[in-house]
Design a protein. Sequence first.
Length: 474
Amino acid sequence: MSNFIPYIIPLLLLPLFLYFISFLRRKSSGNLPPGSNGYPIIGENMAFVLSGPQKFIKDRMEKYSPEAFQTSLLGETMAIFCGPQGNKFLFMNDNKLFTSWWPKSLKKALLSPAYSDRDLKELTAVRHTFHHEILKPEALKQYIPVMDALAREHLDQFWKPNSVVKVFPLAKRYTFDLVCRLFLSLVDQNEIKRLSDPFSLVVGGIFSLPLDLPGMAYNSAVKGGKMVREELMRIIRERRKEMMEKKEMEGRDLLSKMLLVRYENGEYLSEVEISNNIIGLLVASFETTSSAVTAVINYLAELPHIYEEVFKEQMNIAKSKGPDEHLTWEDIEKMKYSWNMVRESLRLMPPAQGAFSEAITEFTYAGFTIPRGWKAFWNVHSSHKNPKYFPEPEKFDPSRFEGRGPPPYSFVPFGGGPRMCPGKEYARLEVLVFMHNVVKRFKLEKTIPSEKIVFQNSPTPVHGLPVHLYPHEK
């Protein structure tokens, strides 16, 4: 036993040493935001998951500070910025005081191993270039007929009159099929399934406890990520070969456009770089959009008076179209009440919770010192249900968005300022097109009126939101 004493004593003293180092750092860093770092290693991750992000943030704003507080999440010391002022500060100081940041566990699950330690700014540089290309108005207008056609196909296949459907899994299928069709020109369901099945493993485990051990959700996410990358690499190589044989000079979709890009030295983007950027787009356009679609259908099925207003607006548009005529940009612009209804759905059930950044220099905010290297998080939950900005915050009221709408930076489902999500317009079109096709065909009724919504990566109905579909009387 005595042989083990030299090894046991350092282990017993290690927590005390770490606490002492942490204490010295706190003393040297001025007036840090109040808060708690929770338990060693796991921090406050369990409290965040068990209470849900809304309650977690609300409780700590009341206990510590309504401006900012500190916590420990994902193995990092983190400052949570609160309210419209906190949101604005983070948005307006992007690339000045902050840089974008992803947890290492997230990069490990999503990206090629050779890139998991790279700076996020370097990894997303190519994607930002293509965001401009694929999300500019000219491109978006071309997507609307494709969205409309796919929505009709999807409803024909899965949404049968006088049946009960589970909205959440079907919304995920629709949004994934759409991004595969628009960006990769994939229409074969077997091909799409080879991407969607492992991608579901990724989405289901990337924000779980990052233990890469058999049986853990994170281990499944890592395996799923590897399978997604392998399938994407196969698709990319096949497309490159096809383009070389046909000497295609103009890309027909996002993938082809990426294959034609060259750096200043004349080299093309590597297949791994293209795969990494497509995965980033899949993550951004899949989970949050399917959650937004689910939230909208939830409130349409729950609130008949809201449904009736949306129905009237959408039928006025439908009556102006021929039976085989697809929606256009001009039709979308007429959906004023419907868009306000969507925004109110996103206020009450926001698909994205916020975004992470890293402080690149020490600075002061609201009298608190934020040290260099700390992670920061802007969030929707400190303002979306705050009665100061939204009177009767639990009431569903689309009229909040009429006129000038809510105060700046209080409604932030897509971020704001320079940090505004570049896919906001894409999501708006996708949700409105899908809504149009659903209400044109059906009246909706929830089969579980008080179905619980839990937080996973985004708000998730426990039973998948089963809804009864009633066809309109002719």
